[in-house]
Design a protein around this ligand. Structure first.
Ligand code: SF4
Length: 526
């Protein structure tokens, strides 16, 4: 059992970036900035399991969640006396090796894989975040994006300084600029109450999407926003507990699924077992895009297999937009289940017309200008013998800017395709997401300015069909009013503040504000 003696030393450390920098965290988009699909906002994983190699469990859990964030990765571990945080820019497999995991020993750990939505992609903003408290320290990981960052910044500014707190501004040390760090600061300040009680006070103040896992030296905490916008599941190990963004990550570490963390619920796990608190009434508005694209196909969300949902979206597309064709092919990998469904429903043979470079986006080597001009060819090649002379139905999950589809269609025609009919398993994306998915600005979204025929002409397709909103929702098996559909409808389930108070670089902008001329009290242990 961990040592809970009040005389335990309270050594808490964040390991600085090592000399072996993994990269700048801009791996995928650096290949071709114009070719960027929806980007997710992080995967979280937490383990409370005395006697297990918890950092390795977290490592493999994060590995299973890598698709949710590829900019930076980190693990925090506690041995009951101190928390050690190790984080860096890059993929999970680039940040950690045997030696680093060997040094992360304890009974309790959390991990995080980041895609940035508030705060730049920098080491300072990599997670888990870390803060000292009056009686120890906390480390926290966040999936989602908050929309009242401006309010949280004011609340943090009003907190009294901690004894011994570093003045980062006077030391010219770059501070953290994420919404997550503000929440960590609010939670860390609990001089007259427990962290558990402080969480019950702070969580109702947050607006937007959040799945948090955090820890002090002894306890694992997990919380989900009242809308349950992002998924979070609870699992059981023989000798402990696990929480993860997706249940597929539980299977990876041999944990069984217990249940989803409920919207509006706080879970606390320590040597006394598991305690669940409801800090807000549940008002479910799960992100429909988790079913369309974001989650792993082997995940189950709200009782619905994501793979089954995607296959059904393909079937529905075939019913809504039939076409005479010779081959149904996916844009790999995310379009594959929907393409299988389309083929099944239409009776048109299914086949691969593209081959994806499986390791693309896993390099930090910047392509030369000549290579960059090849754009999509760094990621995909057409299989000429499959497409030549054929009428193709190409199934993909979404169209954001249209650049990707335009390049794919050109590639297929160059390979000899007779016709190219595009079928998309989500409706036209017309609005940005403020709850943790980075599509593009409204002006950049191709469906925002053009109708369907104009989009088809713009990308060079012979025909284009988007699944209907009702068809997509039905495929998820969820009640329409329990889903967020804001990027299709513009109806945001958690009311947004003024546009000037939103944006990825809100806190960076404030840091250099000529109005205040003061540094934000947003600290990060360097
Ligand atoms: S706006 Fe779209 S991507 Fe964002 S949470 Fe809602 S459904 Fe998901």
């Amino acid at each position: 059992m961990p040592d809970r003696s009040p005389r335990s030393p309270r050594l808490s450390t964040v390991v600085p970036p090592c000399s072996r920098r993994a990269g700048d965290g801009r791996l995928t988009t650096a290949l071709d900035p114009l070719d960027q699909g929806p980007q997710d906002a992080c995967g979280v994983f937490g383990v409370w399991a005395p006697g297990e190699e918890v950092s390795k469990l977290v490592y493999f859990g994060l590995y299973a969640l890598q698709h949710r964030g590829q900019e930076s990765a980190g693990i925090a571990v506690s041995n009951g006396r101190q928390i050690l945080v190790y984080k860096d820019m890059g993929l999970v497999s680039q940040v950690f090796d045997d030696a680093s995991l060997e040094s992360l020993r304890g009974h309790l750990a959390i991990g995080h894989a980041r895609y940035s939505t508030t705060g730049a992609s920098t080491w300072q903003n990599a997670q888990p975040t870390f803060r000292p408290t009056d009686d120890g320290s906390i480390a926290l990981g966040h999936n989602g994006n908050l929309i009242n960052t401006h309010e949280l910044r004011r609340m943090v500014a009003e907190l009294p300084s901690m004894p011994g707190e570093l003045d980062l501004h006077s030391r010219a040390i770059e501070p953290s600029t994420s919404d997550t760090d503000l929440v960590t600061a609010l939670l860390a300040h609990h001089p007259d109450s427990t962290l558990e009680q402080r969480a019950l006070d702070v969580l109702p103040l947050l607006r937007g999407a959040f799945c948090f896992v955090w820890m002090d030296e002894h306890t694992l905490y997990a919380a989900r926003d009242p809308q349950g916008i992002r998924p979070l599941v609870l699992g059981r190990l023989e000798r402990g507990w696990v929480v993860a963004s997706e249940d597929a990550a539980l299977a990876t570490v041999g944990a069984s699924v217990v249940r989803e963390v409920e919207p509006g619920e706080l879970i606390v796990i320590d040597e006394n077992g598991l305690r669940a608190h409801r800090y807000a009434d549940a008002a479910p508005k799960g992100c429909v895009f988790e079913y369309v694209y974001l989650a792993r196909p082997d995940a189950t969300i709200s009782g619905r297999s994501v793979h089954q949902a995607r296959v059904e979206m393909g079937r529905q597309l075939a019913r809504e937009f039939p076409v005479e064709a010779d081959l149904v092919m996916p844009v790999p990998e995310s379009g594959t289940p929907a393409a299988a469904g389309y083929a099944e429903e239409s009776g048109i043979p299914f086949g691969q017309g593209f081959v994806k470079n499986a390791y693309v986006g896993r390099t930090f080597i910047q392509p030369s200008q000549t290579l960059r001009q090849l754009g999509i060819r760094l990621k995909l090649n057409a299989l000429e013998h499959m497409v030549r002379g054929r009428r193709l139905v190409v199934v993909d999950d979404s169209i954001v800017r249209g650049n990707t589809q335009r390049a794919q269609i050109r590639m297929l025609r160059e390979a000899g395709a007779a016709e190219v009919h595009i079928r998309i398993s989500s409706p036209p994306v017309k609005w940005p997401c403020f709850y943790g998915i980075d599509f593009a600005t409204r002006a950049e979204l191709i469906a925002n300015g053009l109708d369907v025929d104009e989009v088809a002409a713009s990308i060079g397709a012979d025909s284009l069909g988007y699944i209907s909103r009702d068809g997509m929702v039905a495929a998820t098996g969820q009640q329409p009013d329990s889903l967020c559909l804001a990027c299709f409808t513009g109806e945001y389930p958690v009311a947004l503040p003024d546009e000037s108070l939103l944006g990825k670089h809100l806190l960076e902008a404030s840091l250099s504000s000529p109005v205040t001329g003061r540094a934000l009290p947003v600290l990060n242990n360097p």
